[in-house]
Ligand binder design. Sequence first.
Ligand code: NDP
Length: 276
Amino acid sequence: MRNFGVIGNPIAHSLSPIIHRFLCSYFGISASYEKIHLLDAMDLRSRLLSLDGANITLPYKMDAFKVCDEVRGIAREIEAVNTILCEGDRLIGFNTDALGFWECIASLGVKNALILGAGGGARAVAVILQKKGIDVWIYNRTKEKLGFFKSKEIPIQDEIVLRDYDLVINATSAGLNAENLPIHPEVLQLLLHRTQYLFDLIYPSSEGVKTFEDFKAFLALRPLTSFLDFAKTKVGASGMDGLDMLLYQALFAFEIFCQRQEGFEELKALFYNQKN
Ligand code: NDP
């Protein structure tokens, strides 16, 4: 039996156990997957070493990067880790958030993007977009938190520049209610008029989603986030929320944990099409 978990604070509302438990059960893998509420980053490494693998969520993705013995792939550039494989006493870190995000938008063919926010999510998004040759700008309300992006030579906007964008991404955690938009509503409205596609890393409240069937129903039909609701109400625009990205990062993590050969599309189909 293998032991996996998702580590964060808070952790009560994480959807990761539903996704990973379903996948393990579907493929006949003997494993547990628990929510782990960690109060202190100092305990991260020892907690990880008691597991076979883990997902890391707020606020520990950058701490996780630091406690790994080895970091692979794009996580090295993002300097944040959301998936850890524990091999004996070695912790190997990955970032599947960036891959999950890219899966969501790859087919859009965007050439430029403005990212609102400068936290861990914005880092993952900015690095993958930059690697894919897309022009990226960053705007964040707190200018002191932009050092990472400067070091990557990603242009910073001190104020929102109103020009035509292929994609605008809300990578802030603002959005818990309609008054909590990432930027001033008037500026946001002007920006939305000049934007082709919208992406909100946030997904709607998943309260009440307890089972795999609930999760599939939520994936199929869910309310708008406040950012996307604002876009629809004010300028008639639609966009993507972060729920598919959340699922995709979990599927990539599952591939890492269990070394499956099925392939991403086959895993994805289990959540969108198949009656289980
Ligand atoms: P961080 O805490 O690292 O960063 C938060 C960011 O949001 C900062 O840039 C912060 O700005 C900004 N912010 C917070 N409140 C406001 C506000 N009221 N107005 C404007 N800006 C604000 O969080 P993460 O980057 O890890 O996550 C950001 C969001 O993305 C979260 O909601 C998270 O759940 C979501 N996410 C979703 C994923 C998915 O798979 N769908 C994956 C990763 C993240 P400042 O620096 O000024 O404080």
